[in-house]
Design a protein around this ligand. Structure first.
Ligand code: ADP
Ligand code: 3S4
Length: 320
């Protein structure tokens, strides 16, 4: 029997209208719409690089060289099992190994991993895109952001779907300085399971839906600066929600930097975004980056420069 290998890459993501609250931990369905961008480091590519081998001796998943338990609730094998019949029909087997390596990713690794995997599956068996997204989200709820790239909105509902609303070229002048703080991030499921338990959550849902509407109209006008102003407001709304349920993502050190950014904004245009990780992301114009890096260097030694990038792509395939 032939062995087929395909490799795809996808970029990690940052939320613009942040996603909080999952109403079904298996399907990972959202309560509200959200939005995000795909990013890469400026000087080297940030990707999850995923290789599928169809006809492998056995099915397994390894992430960064370590085999993971295939019974994990978010195991990438879930996606393969959903398409078992199609694989057996086309290749005579659904014995498939998945090897994924994260390269230069600061946060949003699960989105990139799920999207790179989805791209491999699409290459091999050419599947319906809406169903594929529902399968990818079982591995990572925001995989659509990474799969389509640029600026995307993920619309909530029983069959959530993602639409790219602006291409990466629209953001050519934008850079994002990332200030990484030296503590371990919390799993995003702390946010997703706790937010919906609070009575204020219905207000958060309303705020997120109206932020998405505003984002649609800013995007129509290609108002890039307005988009990141909106993201900054949404960061505050999201983390206020987190504070009500005792999930602290913004540490006092991160908050101090965010307060300083508010002052610095009087002289240079910049905003901030904090997702679920240990970075403060600072969107700005490319020409402001050296000055912002200098200012941020008193907070942390780990500073990166990012830009907005495109969707998932297949990089090679071979059969033997
Ligand atoms: P992140 O912001 O990095 O996505 P999350 O807490 O949302 O953080 O997700 C972490 C989960 O993503 C872990 O369960 C990890 O095993 C999984 N993951 C990380 N990299 C990959 C990958 N390349 N492919 C599939 N899953 C991955
Ligand atoms: C917490 O599914 P991340 C959050 O919208 C979850 O980016 C995404 O981000 C928020 O840091 C968001 O876990 O990627």
């Amino acid at each position: 029997m032939s062995i087929w290998k395909v490799q795809s890459v996808a970029h990690p993501t940052i939320g613009i209208v942040l996603f909080g609250g999952i109403r079904d931990l298996y399907e990972r369905l959202p309560y509200h719409s959200s939005a995000g961008i795909a990013y890469t480091l400026v000087d080297t590519e940030s990707v999850a690089r995923t290789t599928l081998t169809v006809g492998a001796n056995r099915s397994f998943v390894s992430i960064n060289g370590e085999e993971i338990n295939s019974g994990d609730s978010r195991s990438p094998l879930k996606l393969i099992h959903s398409y078992s019949r199609e694989f057996v029909h086309k290749y005579g087997t659904d014995n498939i190994s998945i090897e994924s390596v994260n390269e230069n990713i600061l946060s949003g690794s699960s989105d990139a991993g799920a999207a790179a995997l989805g791209k491999c599956v699409d290459y091999l068996i050419n599947v319906d895109q809406l169903s594929l997204e529902l399968e990818m989200r079982k591995v990572s709820e925001s995989a659509g952001r990474s799969y389509y790239g640029g600026l995307t909105i993920t619309y909530a509902g029983d069959r959530p779907y993602t639409k790219r609303i602006l291409d990466e070229d629209v953001f050519q002048k934008i850079r994002i300085v990332s200030a990484v703080f030296p503590h371990r991030r919390k799993p995003s499921d702390d946010i997703h399971t706790n937010q919906p338990r609070h009575q204020h959550y219905k207000v958060r849902i309303k705020n997120a839906e109206s932020a998405v509407k505003e984002l649609e109209s800013l995007s129509e006008k290609r108002d890039v600066r307005g988009i990141f102003e909106l993201a900054m407001k949404d960061t505050e709304d999201y983390h206020y929600m987190n504070s009500l349920v005792g999930v602290q993502i913004i540490t006092p050190e991160m908050r101090k930097l965010m307060n300083d950014i508010v002052d610095w904004r009087n002289d240079l245009w910049m905003t901030y975004i904090v997702t679920g990780g240990n970075s403060v992301f600072i969107p700005t114009y490319a020409e402001n980056v050296p000055e912002i890096k200098r200012k941020v260097s008193k907070y942390t030694d780990e500073i990166h420069e990012l830009k907005i990038t495109g969707g998932a792509r297949t990089v090679f395939s071979e059969s033997s």
